[in-house]
Design a protein. Structure first.
Lengths: 292, 302
């Protein structure tokens, strides 16, 4: 069917509009990238928009010497790996029994409440903080892993996926004498790779982007994950914590270029992996939110 | 062997699988719930959560209602978060409808990739970006404003503009990702409805108004209901990394107040009391929203 004149006008305007919005979503990142490659005086005089002015790599060169930044990257990597492993283990272990019908697993309702209550009520910042302190987890990476070890949201996603798998496989395996553990690990998990991939992406990003727990639970900047490091060194910069040498360097280099370079590099791992993980993320969201 | 015992034995693996999670939840979720008792104590940190503390009754809770900062933060939280939810939903719905009208699938996917991206970035990164963009001296937005002949605006330092910056940047970050749910709902609308509308001579606008929007209504109602529960969450990550003392009046939210009172002033009991107020009100709101979502849309969580 041929489009009417009015429709063609609509399609044209709509396309232009959508493309402009897409550009607005990317523009701030391009801008910060351009700043990170421009001389500081070009930035402070407002000459940089989306293309570097007086191209320089000095911001990135300075980062190369910045031990805390790389330590932060390394700490974040460790945190992601450890946090992901713990999150996945607990997700799978909880989701499988919770996916069973109440007729099969009578105590399911009781357990479901145990998992549901933390979704609607929490102790809040200070009681959790004091607990972590009392447990002697302060200044340890476990303070960043354990409080969020049982991810209720992922469990919900996973259990809904498990529910969609046909029951007959489990019944057949049970007749063959397979244990529930075996059924979970050799039948259910291999069939759930799409859902697991989604949860992996959620968990990796969640751990990579976290910064607040690092700020309140860790005292030693050498242990900060990179986002916590960026928060303290770039966003709310505390001059008392800088060495005189660093202050000297900053005043020579100017901080705009250097800050932008750190911000950009901090987001870099997400930016380069984003095209690959995007589809899992969106799939999981639809999986989790528009169920019957 | 009694039926009960047999039943237990058969389900034993289930209990064993759940046990580690339950232990972790008890320690890291249920003990902090018990820990809200700090709000009713004159808490001395050195003695720990389980140590001997002096009880002060409702003193802390009544005190927060005399704090001007508390009222300011409460009002800001509700205003900022309501505007974020409302404008965020509106933007997502409109964008999803327009995106659905795009017939070039490759372009559609490219646009989706671009608009989802900000959702995945931490507020630390974005705060760093926005401080540059909104700077009154060298930021690109003010450069544009100056080019149009107006006075530069100190967006992050003015009480008039700061809430708008919070709302605008959050909508910018999240609207794209919000479209996913609506796009999925639009796809599930019966195509024969559109076909018969075209036969009846309905133009694009009428198709959207009479088919797409009514088709989206159930999910819009459901998400609006579920959003009620998060009205006291102003987004700590965002506010904390963009605000400064001169905009506390318009930008301080409950979570940032709880942080400052608790961890900067080390007034644990008072901070817990504010946190408890927030948790209790949220509890009522979330329960109501889940109940309504269950009644209206048959929405179940577990």
């Amino acid at each position: 069917m041929r489009a009417t004149r009015g429709e063609r006008v609509f399609y044209f305007i709509n396309t232009v509009f959508l493309i402009s919005v897409a550009i607005i979503c990317l523009a701030p990142l391009i801008h910060i990238f351009a700043i990170s490659l421009s001389a500081n005086e070009m930035v402070t005089s407002g000459k940089v928009t989306f293309w570097p002015k007086k191209f320089t790599l000095v911001g990135y060169e300075y980062i190369l010497e910045n031990k805390l930044f790389w330590k932060g990257m390394y700490n974040s990597l460790i945190r992601v790996v450890l946090g992901l492993a713990v999150n996945l283990l607990f997700t799978v272990l909880a989701a499988y029994p919770l996916s069973k019908e109440t007729s099969r697993f009578k105590q399911r309702t009781f357990y479901a409440w145990i998992f549901f209550i933390p979704m609607i009520f929490g102790g809040g910042l200070i009681p959790t903080f004091i607990l972590v302190k009392d447990l002697k987890l302060m200044n340890s990476i476990w303070a960043l892993i354990l409080p969020g070890a049982v991810p209720i949201f992922y469990i919900l996603l996973m259990l809904n996926f498990f529910r969609g798998l046909p029951n007959e496989m489990e019944e057949a395996a049970l007749i063959d004498g397979a244990s529930q553990w075996r059924i979970l690990f050799t039948i259910y998990i291999p069939l759930s790779l799409p859902a697991l991939a989604t949860i992996c992406v959620y968990a990796i990003l969640g751990h990579w982007n976290s910064w607040f727990d690092g700020l309140i639970y860790l005292n030693d900047p050498n242990k900060y994950p990179v986002m916590t490091y960026l928060q303290t060194a770039v966003i709310s910069i505390d001059f008392n914590k800088l060495t005189p040498e660093e202050i000297q360097k900053l005043s020579v280099l100017g901080d705009k270029t250097y800050k932008a370079a750190q911000i950009f590099l901090g987001s870099f791992p997400v930016l380069v992996t984003y095209p690959f993980f995007q589809k899992y993320f969106t799939k999981g969201l639809v999986l989790g939110s528009v169920k019957g | 062997m009694s039926a009960k015992l047999r039943d237990f034995k058969r389900n034993l693996p289930y209990h064993l699988m759940l046990l580690p999670c339950v232990i972790m939840l008890v320690i890291f979720n249920y003990i902090p719930m018990y820990g809200v008792k700090i709000a009713f104590q004159k808490f001395i940190p050195a003695r720990g959560m389980f140590g001997e503390q002096t009880w002060v009754g409702l003193k802390n809770l009544t005190y927060i209602f005399k704090m001007q900062d508390f009222y300011i933060a409460l009002r800001n939280t509700i205003f900022i978060s309501f505007m974020k939810l409302f404008l965020g939903m509106l933007t997502s719905i409109i964008f999803a409808i327009l995106l659905n009208e795009l017939r070039n699938n490759k372009l559609k996917r490219t646009i989706q990739t671009a608009v989802y991206l900000p959702h995945f970035l931490s507020w630390i990164i974005l705060a760093g970006v926005f401080v540059d963009i909104f700077s009154p001296s060298y930021g690109i937005i003010n450069k544009l404003i100056k080019a149009l002949g107006f006075e530069p605006i100190f967006f992050l330092g003015s009480n008039k503009w700061f809430p708008a910056v919070l709302i605008g940047t959050e909508v910018w970050k999240e609207f794209g990702f919000g479209t996913i749910v609506y796009l999925a709902a639009i796809v599930s609308i019966d195509p024969s409805l559109y076909e018969s509308a075209i036969v009846d001579g309905a133009n694009k606008w009428r198709q959207i108004w009479h088919i797409t929007i009514p088709g989206l209504l159930p999910i819009i109602i459901l998400l609006s209901l579920l959003n009620i529960g998060s009205i006291l969450n102003g987004n700590f990550d965002q506010v904390f990394n963009l605000y400064s003392p001169q905009v506390y009046r318009s930008g301080d939210i409950l979570d940032t107040l709880i942080y400052r009172v608790g961890l900067l002033d080390a007034n644990y009991s008072l901070s817990t009391a504010i946190g408890l107020f927030k948790s209790l009100v949220s509890l009522v709101l979330i329960s109501t929203s889940y109940y309504l979502a269950y009644k209206v849309a048959d929405y179940r969580i577990f």
